[in-house]
Design a protein around this ligand. Structure first.
Ligand code: HEM
Length: 124
């Protein structure tokens, strides 16, 4: 269980790094043809978060922690999918910042879940 969680943790971290690099490129007006790559990485990150949350159920971390992470995954994908259509025009930066914060919160949740699972699966 520990090993799976560590592998998932690194998948999430690497996806996050890629998402951030691509995101900054989009933000500065570059590489828009790589949006599908960004979306695929984002979905991979959420799937890894969901698997970690399911392992969390099995490891008996507080149930709310896993449930929030699962719901949050839908928020990340939902916002990402509708991203380009929300508040077009001069207020679009609000959605861009929100999108970044929502994504960062997903990493935080994954790190928190991973820590809680590792604590519970340590040999006593
Ligand atoms: C943890 C996950 C994610 C992070 C940290 C992240 C980060 C970013 C950043 C910094 C930008 C540039 C600013 C902006 O345009 O909002 C961006 C753009 C974008 N992201 Fe993400 N993202 C994540 C997940 C996703 C997902 C899951 C999707 C879709 C399934 C997605 C779709 C998009 C799209 C379509 C854009 C370009 C929007 C535009 O400029 O018109 N992102 N992302």
């Amino acid at each position: 269980m520990r090993t799976a969680v560590i592998v998932l943790q690194w998948i999430v971290r690497l996806c996050f790094a890629g998402l951030l690099i691509l995101g900054i490129m989009f933000w500065t007006g570059h590489a828009f043809d790589l949006i599908p790559v960004h979306m695929t990485l984002g979905i991979a990150l959420v799937v890894a978060l969901w698997i970690t949350a399911i392992i969390g159920f099995a490891a008996r971390v507080p149930i709310g922690q896993s449930l929030v992470a699962i719901v949050w995954g839908f928020v990340v994908i939902g916002l990402g999918m509708s991203q380009a259509r929300l508040l077009p025009g001069s207020s679009h930066w609000v959605i861009q910042v929100l999108h970044l914060l929502v994504g960062m919160a997903a990493i935080g949740m994954n790190e928190g879940l991973a820590r809680a699972i590792k604590e519970r699966s340590e040999p006593h």
